[in-house]
Design a protein. Structure first.
Length: 153
């Protein structure tokens, strides 16, 4: 089974949302894990905005990257510049991808309603994860036409 690691600084918002979307869109065909360089706690607004999109990440826990020391992944996705710049050499991957996702906690300081910043980040992550999946042939679910052609009449 393919393995994806999503990495950010705190494993509180962005990487958790990305993990949630990847799990939802790939439907168990790939092992998806998220972690942080300096793990904190799952942010309640991240949980809330994901629930608004019918994805429940409320049981997720922030994990430190050190838990995966020495592991090799098929894909390593960084969702913030800090994670891209500081990813340790002892966690490796076949392919690396970086997504410059805005920090919803920082964005929340600039708007009257913090939910707006978290919703904007959620939508950016959803778009990026769908595009990522779409570009990876080994992550596609078989379509109805693929299944039908596998069983000739």
């Amino acid at each position: 089974m393919k393995k994806i690691l999503v990495l950010c600084t705190g494993n509180a918002c962005r990487s958790q949302m990305a993990e949630g979307y990847l799990r939802f869109f790939i439907q168990g065909q790939v092992e998806v894990i998220s972690a942080g360089l300096e793990p904190t706690h799952l942010h309640p607004l991240a949980v809330q905005v994901m629930l608004e999109d019918n994805i429940d990440i409320s049981e997720a826990e922030s994990k430190g990257l050190e838990q995966f020391s020495g592991e090799h992944f098929d894909y390593l996705l960084t969702v913030c510049k800090n994670a891209k710049d500081r990813q340790p050499a002892d966690v490796t991957a076949e392919q690396y991808f970086h997504f410059d996702i805005s920090d919803p906690e920082e964005g929340a300081k600039e708007v009257a309603d913090p939910n707006v910043a978290f919703t904007d980040t959620r939508e950016q992550i959803k778009r990026e994860m769908l595009q990522f999946i779409g570009k990876q042939d080994d992550l596609h679910q078989p379509s109805v036409s693929d299944t039908a052609s596998a069983f000739p009449e």
